[in-house]
Design a protein around this ligand. Structure first.
Ligand code: ZN
Length: 239
């Protein structure tokens, strides 16, 4: 897998070289996903910006209590800061996605720096015993054609969301629950955060939401499982 990553990196560098020369590069289909197939009552909960020693641990406990799995888009810097919480997360049954090393503003970052951010995080995940990741979520959901091209060349799928709980804006637990329950459909990817500053109401909302969604017949899957059931719906492609 490491060899595969190195190969992908070489291809990406080659691509960047080609872009800077008059040679016209082959159009690349970007793999950006907002949701999965709408055919079944399955949804993917996603948590950004962790791990956090307290809140990620609490989220993992809730997931375990209800025997559901989710996807965590982790920041490399936080993996380094909180290795115990990081190991617990990486060893859990949940899926891990890459959310860069330092959560930079995407409009100010070059394609080379973005590659470094992604690869550095991948190396930290490996050093803590995690599996190679295949999903990438850009900070703030920001995406530009050149960044998407780099991400695709590194063999990642870019994953955004179809429901934003706005937990990052400190919405109340009832508002978070209302947002999800009013809008939820099979195939949804739901955006939460492990931690925001000051702390959000994510945990309180989850305690109500998960049993409610289970009662309504929804199954929880990881993003890769959700997209595995998806041929092209929810995918935005461009060249
Ligand atoms: Zn983020």
């Amino acid at each position: 897998m490491r060899v595969k990553r190195m190969l992908s990196l070489c291809l990406a560098l080659l691509f960047l070289f080609c872009v800077q020369t008059p040679i016209q590069a082959e159009p690349l289909k970007h793999r950006v996903f907002y949701h999965g197939s709408r055919e079944e009552k399955v949804i993917a909960l996603t948590f950004d910006d962790g791990p956090h020693p307290r809140y990620t641990t609490e989220i993992l406990a809730i997931l375990e209590k209800y025997q559901v799995r989710a996807t965590f888009f982790v920041i490399g810097k936080n993996l380094e800061l909180y290795p115990t919480a990081a190991r617990a997360l990486l060893q859990s049954d949940n899926e891990i996605g890459n959310h860069t090393y330092s959560h930079p503003h995407m409009q100010y970052i070059s394609t080379e720096n973005l590659m470094e951010e992604i690869n550095k995080t991948e190396e930290i995940i490996a050093s803590l015993g995690g599996k190679p990741t295949t999903l990438f979520r850009p900070p703030e959901g920001a995406k530009s054609a050149s960044h998407l091209t780099v991400v695709s060349h590194l063999s990642y799928k870019t994953v955004l969301w179809s429901i934003d709980t706005k937990d990052w804006a400190h919405h109340s637990p009832s508002s978070i629950c209302k947002t999800v329950l009013k809008n939820v459909k099979g195939g949804d990817i739901v955006l939460f955060h492990d931690y925001v500053n000051p702390p959000s109401y994510t945990i309180t909302a989850l305690e109500y939401l998960i049993p409610m969604l289970l009662q309504n017949g929804y199954r929880f899957v990881t993003v890769s499982e959700l997209l595995g059931q998806c041929s092209s719906s929810g995918e935005e492609s461009s060249s």
